[in-house]
Ligand binder design. Sequence first.
Ligand SMILES: [Zn+2]
Length: 205
Amino acid sequence: MGGRDYYPLTMDNNGCRRCLRGGSQINPYRITREPGWRGNNHFFSLWISDALFIKKETWKQYFEPLGIEAFPVLKGARGLSELQSVVQLKIDKVSDHPLDLESYEHHDMEYYEYSGMEDYGHLSMGYYEVCKKCSSKRYGWLRIGPFPNFKGDTDALIFKTQEYFGFGGASEKYIIIKPEIYRLLYENNLTKNLEFKVMGGGIRL
Ligand SMILES: [Zn+2]
């Protein structure tokens, strides 16, 4: 819970030890046993929700042919073997452009830097918070309305935002997919329990 244990095992040394932002994943995650899929094709961890775990067979059939790589997932705390039914999609591409957050109208909060944060895990009700150690920003989740656009296009089928979002111990980037990937998921019945948001346009989900 909160991610302190997994972090040094899975991430490189570029992250901030205070806010856990800024690092890149270099090693597989470890989970206790083969997941009980219950008709799903994927799952997220509660605290690491930008790591997308999917059925290995689904990855092999649909994602690997598109050149989308995957991390294995290791079994148990010591991670001595690879689980057979699950992989984690490797989404290491980050958007070439920032999100146009200035156009996001649904934050009913003041735009200010919350500089009094003493306690890691305490989130002010501000638009973003700033880590006192590394100066990285973390925004509140963009829950309402259409998702803001990027300030430019990124040539990748699946990638992540530059920006971090979250609350408490969880900092994550949104996963962005191009329409081709959405179509692939939709047409092959792989959308169960996934939540999609339309970017930029006027369609309200
Ligand atoms: Zn930091």
